[in-house]
Ligand binder design. Structure first.
Ligand SMILES: Nc1ccn([C@@H]2O[C@H](COP(=O)(O)OP(=O)(O)OP(=O)(O)O)[C@@H](O)[C@H]2O)c(=O)n1
Ligand SMILES: C[C@](O)(CO)[C@H](O)COP(=O)(O)O
Length: 231
């Protein structure tokens, strides 16, 4: 069984909107609905676990899920109070124990393609851990806390991490449980698996697989979708 854990339990502070950014519309449809549809179209995905703040369950059912006709069973799980990591762990614990692979994805990355999700899941089936990303395409600078450049980082083999990040289910459960026990807070799930000494493979997710974080990203998202519709 392959489960997709779509995390949408955040507060969207950097977006600064009156509603949580995952519910904001891009060309008339909620960002989160667009993301869910991609995973629903992915033949490898058997079940979707959608992680949202528990207070949002009714809103999510009404505004996001009701207009969708999904072929994939979907369950809700409660979002983390503070950390994305907590939301992911809640989503993982809601997965069927028979889950073989868990693909963890940001609910605010609606432009991932079903094809890229499939490649990521197949990578995890082959290697135990696989994620999407894009090779660094600008020069990278390491600075001190005052913004003074310490050095230019060789960008060969440097990637910008994206999602989904897909893992053997027992492996990602072990990684989250160890991180919780150690008090380790990672900004993505692969970092929790890396600290177990496990190799994680990263493959091309495409530059359009953006995380909608700030108002600028919302404008970019509308332009990307319009360009796609006009193509
Ligand atoms: N406690 C949290 C924090 C984040 N997320 C989810 O993780 C994804 C990536 O997080 P981010 O873009 O940082 O979203 P927010 O935390 O909502 O944004 P901000 O940091 O600006 O508040 C988003 O789909 C977000 O909803 C989550 O499920 N639970
Ligand atoms: C998981 C992630 O999207 C990979 O780039 C990123 O780390 C999420 O960071 P955020 O600060 O929670 O948006």
């Amino acid at each position: 069984m392959i489960s997709a854990v779509i995390v949408a339990g955040g507060s969207g502070q950097r977006m600064g909107a009156s509603v949580r950014k995952q519910y904001l519309e891009v060309l008339g449809r909620p960002i989160l609905a667009r993301t869910i549809e991609v995973f629903d179209q992915c033949p490898e995905v058997d079940r979707i676990i959608l992680v949202v703040p528990q207070d949002d369950y009714a809103l999510c059912r009404e505004q996001v899920l009701a207009p969708l006709t999904l072929a994939t069973p979907l369950d809700l799980a409660p979002g983390g109070i503070r950390l994305r990591q907590e939301s992911v762990y809640n989503g993982l614990r809601a997965c069927d124990p028979q889950t073989a692979i868990a693909a963890i994805h940001d609910g605010v990355r609606p432009f991932v393609t079903a094809e890229a999700v499939s490649r990521c899941v197949q990578g995890a089936e082959k290697n135990g851990a696989c994620m999407l990303g894009v090779p660094a395409f600008d020069t990278l600078k390491l600075t001190d806390n005052d913004g003074r450049i310490i050095k230019t980082v060789d960008r060969a083999n440097m990637w910008l991490a994206q999602t989904p990040q897909a893992f053997s289910y027992p492996l990602i459960m072990e990684a989250h449980e160890k991180a919780l026990a150690d008090g380790f807070e990672g900004t993505d799930d692969a970092s929790l698996v890396e600290r177990l000494g496990m190799a994680v493979h990263i493959i091309e997710g495409g530059r359009n697989n953006i995380k909608i974080t700030t108002p600028e990203d919302l404008a970019l998202a509308q332009a990307l979708l319009k360009a796609d519709l006009d193509a």
